[in-house]
Design a protein around this ligand. Structure first.
Ligand code: PEP
Length: 255
């Protein structure tokens, strides 16, 4: 069985002291919650402080992006080994904001994803269609293109599959307040699971978690999480408030 996984993507928010306030609240309020894996993805500047604060907690820490090279003349970049050194156990790659605002191609995302796994971290690979692509009936084709380029090379061990997470995030639902219906989300997740099965076999695809992301909030989390192929959430805006994020984590508990 897949343990649901809920990750808070803080994007470009929170000073170190704000990050510590939030994560301390999360640590206290989530301590007793069982059956859900949880991580937060603060901005780079707060990673070390947050990881230290979470040392005695089950909450993981994720980078929001990284470079595919581990070191070298790459001004402004951060590598997966440096994220591990800062206390991260996960890294998000291919978020739609990276793809659209910073030009991350699927090929680049795939290289980043492989680098994350090679550094011993787990990777969350984001994919998702724009509204225009959905309206044009191209949702599955876009997901296929993105999956083909963005997934990491995997040795195929059980541990590998537990360290690979795919986040389906329809671009039209990110930060807009519009959420995919449970049927739309489940349909996309089932399609992704089918493609993962073709690529990694049934046991591998059955172990890979597929998160939904796009305006997840306490009011819609329960119904999304009840779908058979939705294994947790990648949460943006609602992860910046402890009460909202905790409610979403509670909604992801296995029933
Ligand atoms: C995200 O940034 O991954 C996201 C899903 O954002 P929001 O929850 O704000 O839509």
């Amino acid at each position: 069985m897949r343990t649901p996984f809920v990750v808070g993507n803080w994007k470009l928010h929170k000073t170190v002291s704000e990050a510590l306030t939030l994560v301390t609240e999360l640590k206290n309020q989530l301590a007793a919650i069982k059956g859900v894996a949880v991580a937060v993805a603060p901005p780079f500047t707060a990673l070390t402080s947050v990881a230290k604060r979470l040392e005695d907690s089950a909450i993981g820490v994720a980078g929001q992006n990284c470079h595919w090279e581990s070191k070298g003349a790459f001004t402004g970049e951060v590598s997966a080994p440096l994220l591990a050194d800062a206390g991260c156990t996960w890294c998000i790659v291919g978020h739609s904001e990276r793809r659209t605002l910073f030009g991350d191609s699927s090929a680049a995302v795939g290289k980043k994803a492989s680098a994350v796994l090679a550094a011993g971290l787990g990777v969350i690979v984001c994919i998702g269609e724009t509204e225009a692509e959905r309206d044009a009936g191209r949702t599955f084709a876009v997901l296929d293109e993105q999956l083909a380029g963005s997934l990491p090379a995997l040795a195929g061990s059980e541990q590998d599959f537990a360290r690979l997470v795919v986040a389906y995030e329809p671009v039209w639902a990110i930060g807009t307040g519009r959420t995919a219906s449970t049927a739309q989300a489940q349909e996309a997740h089932a399609h992704v699971r089918k493609r993962l099965t073709e690529r990694f076999g049934g046991a591998g695809a059955g172990a890979i978690r597929i998160q939904y992301g796009g305006s997840v909030k306490p009011s819609n989390a329960e119904s999304l999480m009840a779908e058979p192929d939705i294994d947790g959430a990648l949460v943006g805006g609602a992860s910046l408030e402890a009460a909202d994020f905790v409610a979403i984590v509670k909604a992801a508990r296995p029933k």
